[in-house]
Write a protein that binds this ligand. Sequence first.
Ligand code: 6R9
Length: 652
Amino acid sequence: MTSQPDTTYPPSADMAANAHADKATYDAMYQASINDPEGFWAEHGKRVDWIKPYTKVKNVSFAPGNVDIKWFEDGTLNVSANCIDRHLATRGDQTAIIWEPDSPDDAALHITYKQLHEKTQLMANSLKALGVGKGDRVVLYMPMIPEAAYAMLACARIGAIHSIVFAGFSADALAARISGSQAKVVITADGAPRGGRVTNLKDSVNQALINVMHDCKCLCVQRTGQQIAWREEGDYWLHEMEAEVSPDCPPEEMNAEDPLFILYTSGSTGQPKGVVHTTGGYIVYASMTHQYTFDYHDGDIFWCTADVGWVTGHSYIVYGPLANGATTVMFEGVPTYPDAGRFWQVCEKHKVNQFYTAPTAIRALMGQGNEFVEKYDLSDIKVLGTVGEPINPEAWNWYNDVVGKGKAPIVDTWWQTETGGHLLTPLPGAIATKPGSATVPFFGVQPVILEPTTGEEIHDLAAEGVLCMKDSWPAQMRTVWGDHERFEKTYFSDYKNYYFTGDGCKRDADGYYWITGRVDDVINVSGHRMGTAEVESALVAHAKVAEAAVVGYPHDIKGQGIYAYVTLMNGQEPSEELRKELETWVRAEIGPIAKPDLIQWAPGLPKTRSGKIMRRILRKIAEDDFGALGDTSTLADPSVVDDLIENRMNRE
Ligand code: 6R9
């Protein structure tokens, strides 16, 4: 039953008949969304509860120098009320969150909507007691525990803006984000068990706060009960505060365009930027995509394996599912602990209906053998999802054949931190899939392919170029925190009047979209975005490093690995010891996910006469493809290339 990469997989008759959208419905809704965006979103905006209904739907300009994006701008609502309170009458006793702990020997928790309501209000009042109010920022640095969801919803409830920092980031990265948003409180836990090992998160927070110049309190959740260092001032246990505060916290009335959260993400230049998402458009779009993309029906058990530190966790563990009154699984552990069957054991145990993960996890598990999957009963799975990077056909086929038994449609969802929700994705009952293609646009989304150098829109169906969006969708990011100019420059200046995604893309003769990867200096390591500039600036911050250039190279499991060319200061000798030292250094500066896989000592870097590093050449050498270096005649010193080839690290 091996499938072919060029095969098309139409929805089954059963799926088409029972899904929220079959092909005819998708076509009609898509057309309506493009012909009359105002009318379409005026209608679908009603899927959430408004305190004061909107009368204006869309007010958007992508014009150079005047980028301004507003949706439902005169409406008011509260996201936490939409994710909790409005379900209480009909599904108060239904499970909202199934929490599966790191160790399979520990009991899972089933948290009902009623309990979610209680817990969120206690957390909200604890934050208020610490002085947090509407518009204030709160940083979350947390393990995958239910309190992470309570904290997000508590912020939303009182109108505070959360900024989640993935718990794998270093104390330095955390400090930069706490300072960058002038957060009043950072929420963390004593320890984070993952894959059988425990990291001490509170220690990292303590270390970070030493470098934070403003007053920032720490609210700590007791997860492990381990010994931790407590600061003399400004530290609070959540369980102690909860015992003191009132159990009732009414939701704050928020404007549709009030910020809901900030989430830092990497770009091609400089330090990560704070992507700002607002309230109304985001929750409408997150909930609608969750329902249609996964064909979620009442009573289904939905599992997204992402971490809440990434946008996927925001939109598809917490906000989308809970706005829809779903049961969402939250998993503390890793796919390979205690063994490579863990995902499938959890799917069987909780009778998961929709399962959503990343290609890097699929590739890692695929390599462990089918017996880890076949041991478990996966018959409840109806839809399989993938996100984060292009999925190679081998991984797609394995996911389809071995996990889905050829019966569960695969939704390959293309989107970004900036987009808030899926922009390209098949709908399971409507769109035939092709392995490796994110297929077609979601409602209201108008992708275009531009010729990269001229910026001309290519109108032929079959096309290749850069992927842009012609118009806005409700969950589009609104600005970069504190730097609207950077927002315009990053996304709206290379191609005027379009939103530029940073991705290259092909469109085939059927109108299907195939993402070819980033066209900027962003690399994608295990589905995590990393700016090469970030890793470079961490490397050059080391006293022995004079210069560094970082590129991606193909990596079997991670998709891309990090390849660093390092030029040492005069008088410094390369050594294995120094290599280790630099690896440890980058981990400390950014986090383990940024650790270079390969470091090559480079006596010189290939530069143009104007001093610009020619990354094209460095990429080729890192790919072990130096036969195709192209024109090197503009180099200031062509001989450096021979040395780099000679000493390349990635050889077959
Ligand atoms: C949601 C998320 C965004 C970048 C994006 C693209 C890559 C994401 C993809 C995909 C091919 C898919 N990407 N999904 N590439 N197919 N289904 O991952 O957000 O972390 O901001 O990354 O990831 O390159 O531009 P984010």
